[in-house]
Structures are given as structure tokens and as C-alpha cells.
Design a binder for this molecule. Structure first.
Ligand code: AMP
Ligand code: MG
Length: 434
């Protein structure tokens, strides 16, 4: 188990005034340990398991398929008939095998069985000739031997999943195909990790909640809504602690309450250079917190560390803490590229790297070397299936509409300078961001 001292040591290797994104991600990765598994498992029915993290491997209790069956509508026969070296095979139809209604007898060497997809292979039969390859006259079929090889069009028992083998691994986030797969094994309940609990709040005297009137100089709090949505999509349990005023007592109360109730605490606002000194001092006094200027845009100021709910650091209950910047786009960019992976790791999920695709820049883009930029882009596919991307225009970190307009982040790497039209850039599509 890492101690607060380790945190300082770990962070001290880096320049907090120009921390590359990769370094911040690495530090966060070291700190986001999954909670111990056995203490954290609960049973969920299939419907409730959707989107949850499996706490244990799911071992297949049966072979799937459970019996050899036909992959086609056609005629089942013994493939040995093909070894006789004749050009054309003639067989007489001994009966029919339907899915769920087997043909009970054993056909003879010169016989075949009309068979439907999914039906049990009749005894002695190992091959299915698809119906469109045969000519049938009365109860006899004929087909060219060259059209088929012995063993074709038969699904073998245990071919999908063998009994006793893991079908899904611990750490998997259960998706649609997994629910179907579990059902195909006859499994109705699985052990899933308890949901990670994340408390969040916004800071700022200028913030008003939806439903309140705006006075001069005030703005509506949008960060609590984007955070709520992003957290929900990750499958964590959320505690919304509202708006916290820019004063020491309110902030201390909110941080302590959040730390006492949650595994992770996320705040927005109050971490930039211009903010009252008490914010930094207070956050530090409740635990071990590093203030970073990450070399990224948007999202430069960020606080990260561990807070304690007790009277002094090390007392009470700890929680991981992310103090995100206040600007609405910066909140989203830092969430996806700094916070997301930590929450998944703490939830016990296997690593799920974001999907990145190469695209061609449709026009020039301004980019400053020495920081990673996450510009908002609109990507389209041309007729040849290649992706090209344009920016949404104004890249101000307060312009939240740029996120609604965009369908991807354009990730411009640390060392890169201006981008010319036609250059390759990396995009991370919004669809599939979990
Ligand atoms: P700060 O990081 O507290 O200096 O805030 C930076 C900018 O983001 C300011 O323009 C704030 O008004 C704005 N801001 C901070 N928090 C929020 C919020 N919860 N919703 C919308 N805008 C915010
Ligand atoms: Mg503020």
C-alpha cells in the first residue's frame, strides 16, 4: 500500500509547472489502485449486470454448442461417402432433423437426413451438404462430390465455449454480447464489483444553479451536469454536492463530507493561479495534494492527490482527489484524458484505452509545440473510407457548444507545431467514450 510520503516522492520527479500529459497520466495510474475484490463483490442478475465490472472469471458450466449440429439447411450424411472417389453422390433421404426435434435413427451408408440449421447431427453423420447444391428427385438427392469436403457445415460441440474454460474474465465491463453469452450458458447471476462512489461539486461565487435567477456577473453551473453525465456513462455511483462558495469554511466542509462519503472526489474551479490562496492551502492541509500545470490545452491547472476525512492527513478515510479547472471544456478534456482511466482502474475494470484513429487534417490548425492540445473536431469519412477532420472553430476552453458540435477530439501531440492541410492527425471519437 502506498503512503502519502510515496505520493510526494512520486510527484517530485516532475516539474509541476510544465507536466507533460503522459507524466500526469502515469502518476494518476500509479495512484488509482482497484479496491480489494472479494470485499467488493455483489450478485447481479443479467439485466442489472449490464455495464458493471465482473468481479470474477465466469467459467462455462457447459459446452456451447452442447451438441454437434448443422450450420446450414441441407442434408446430413457420413463424409466417408466422399472418399470413394466418385464424381457424383446419390443418397436417399431417410427422414428429417429439425432444430429441437432430432432424427432418432441411424441412417445407413447410402442414406442422408434432411436437416435444418441448429438441428442435432444424426448418429454417424459428420457432414452437411447445403440444400442449394443438391438436386432432389422424390426421396433421392444427387450432388457433385467436388462441392464438399468431409466435416463441412457441422458445428462441433464446445466449439464456441468449452465446459470448464473461462468464458469472460474478471475486470470485463459487461456489454450486450456478454449478456447474450451468459444467457447462452444458462447463467442468470454474476458477481460484479460494487460501484465506485464519486462525489463532485463546483466551486465559485459566480455560479448559480439551474432554476435560480442570474444576477449581473453570475453564470449557470454547467460542470456539475457534464460531470454527472460522464460519470454515469462510466457506471459509477454519483453524489452531487452542489455549488460551494469561495470561502474557506464552505470548501473545507465540502471536501471533508465528500471524502467521508466517496472513493473519489472531483471538484471544478478554484485551482488556477488567480484563485484565492486558501483553496490550495486548504486542499493541501486535508491530505497530500500536488498542484499541476499540465502542458495541455484546454485543462492546464489541475490538483491531484489524496484527501483524508479525519482531523489530520492519515486519519479517517482516504479518497482520491481531482481538482479540475473551472472552464467547462477543460473539465471534459481533463476528465476523459486524466480522470477516466483512474476511475475505471479503481472500479476494477481491465484497461480500456480510448479508441484513436488516424485522420487527415482538412485544413491548417494552429498548434503550439510543448503542450498536448485536445481540439474539438468534426470528422467525416470520404467515399474511400478515409477519415478527414476539421476543427469546430473557436477553441476557447469556455466554449461548451464546441463539444456539442464536435464528434471527436483532435489530439495534437506535445512536440508538434502548426498542422498543415493534409497532415495526419489522431482523433478520438466521442462515440464509444465510456
Ligand atoms: P476558475 O477555474 O474557478 O478560475 O474558473 C474558470 C472559468 O470557468 C471562469 O470563467 C468560471 O466562471 C468558469 N466556471 C467555473 N466553474 C464553472 C461551472 N461549474 N460551470 C460553468 N462555468 C464555470
Ligand atoms: Mg472560480
Amino acid at each position: 500500500m502506498t503512503t502519502p510520503k510515496d505520493f510526494s516522492a512520486c510527484v517530485a520527479q516532475y516539474d509541476p509547472n510544465a507536466l507533460p500529459v503522459e507524466a500526469a497520466q502515469e502518476i494518476v495510474r500509479q495512484w488509482a489502485m482497484p479496491r480489494p475484490s472479494d470485499a467488493q463483490a455483489e450478485r447481479a442478475s443479467l439485466h442489472d449486470a449490464l455495464g458493471r465490472v465482473l468481479a470474477e472469471d465466469v467459467v462455462s458450466p457447459i459446452d456451447v454448442p452442447a451438441f454437434d449440429n448443422s450450420a446450414m439447411d441441407g442434408y446430413a450424411f457420413a463424409g466417408a461417402a466422399l472418399a470413394r472417389g466418385v464424381d457424383s453422390i446419390d443418397l436417399s433421404v431417410a427422414g428429417t432433423a429439425f432444430a429441437g426435434r432430432p432424427f432418432e435413427a441411424t441412417p445407413g451408408a447410402a442414406e442422408c437426413v434432411r436437416i435444418m440449421t441448429g438441428a442435432l447431427m444424426p448418429a454417424g453423420c459428420d457432414t452437411v451438404i447445403p440444400q442449394e447444391l443438391v438436386t432432389r428427385e422424390g426421396d433421392t438427392i444427387r450432388f457433385p462430390a467436388a462441392k464438399i469436403r468431409a466435416g463441412q457445415n457441422r458445428r462441433l460441440s464446445g466449439e464456441d465455449l468449452a465446459k470448464g474454460r473461462p468464458a469472460l474474465l474478471a475486470g470485463r465491463i459487461v456489454r450486450a454480447s456478454d449478456l447474450g453469452l451468459l444467457a447462452s450458458l444458462g447463467i442468470g447471476y454474476v458477481a460484479v464489483r460494487k460501484r465506485l462512489v464519486v462525489a463532485f461539486f463546483s466551486t465559485g461565487d459566480e455560479l448559480r444553479s439551474v432554476g435560480e435567477a442570474l444576477s449581473p456577473g453570475s453564470v449557470y453551473d454547467s460542470n456539475r451536469y457534464t460531470l454527472f453525465a460522464m460519470l454515469r456513462r462510466l457506471g459509477v455511483e454519483t453524489i452531487d454536492l452542489g455549488i460551494v462558495r469561495d470561502d474557506r469554511a464552505s470548501l473545507e466542509k465540502a471536501l471533508r463530507e465528500a471524502t467521508g462519503r466517496a472513493d473519489v472526489v472531483i471538484s471544478s474551479g478554484g485551482v488556477s493561479v488567480g484563485d484565492a490562496d486558501f483553496t490550495r492551502e486548504l486542499m493541501s492541509s486535508l491530505g497530500d495534494v500536488a498542484f499541476w500545470k499540465i502542458a495541455m490545452r484546454p485543462g492546464r491547472p489541475l490538483a491531484f492527490g489524496r484527501l483524508w476525512s479525519g482531523a489530520r492527513p492519515g486519519a479517517g478515510k482516504p479518497a482520491l482527489f481531482f481538482g479540475l479547472p473551472g472552464n467547462p471544456v477543460a473539465v471534459m478534456a481533463t476528465f476523459y484524458f486524466i480522470v477516466r482511466e483512474a476511475l475505471l482502474a479503481m472500479s476494477g475494470a481491465a484497461r480500456q484505452p480510448l479508441t484513436a484513429i488516424r485522420a487527415s487534417a482538412a485544413g491548417p490548425m494552429k498548434k503550439r509545440a510543448g503542450r498536448t492540445e485536445f481540439q474539438r473536431g468534426i470528422a467525416t469519412r470520404d467515399a474511400d473510407g478515409r477519415w478527414s477532420v476539421v476543427t469546430t472553430g473557436s477553441q476557447g476552453s469556455g466554449v461548451l457548444s464546441s463539444m456539442s458540435e464536435a464528434n471527436c477530439f483532435i489530439v495534437l501531440e506535445h512536440a508538434r507545431g502548426d498542422i498543415d492541410a493534409g497532415d495526419d492527425v489522431e482523433i478520438v471519437p466521442f462515440d464509444g467514450l465510456i
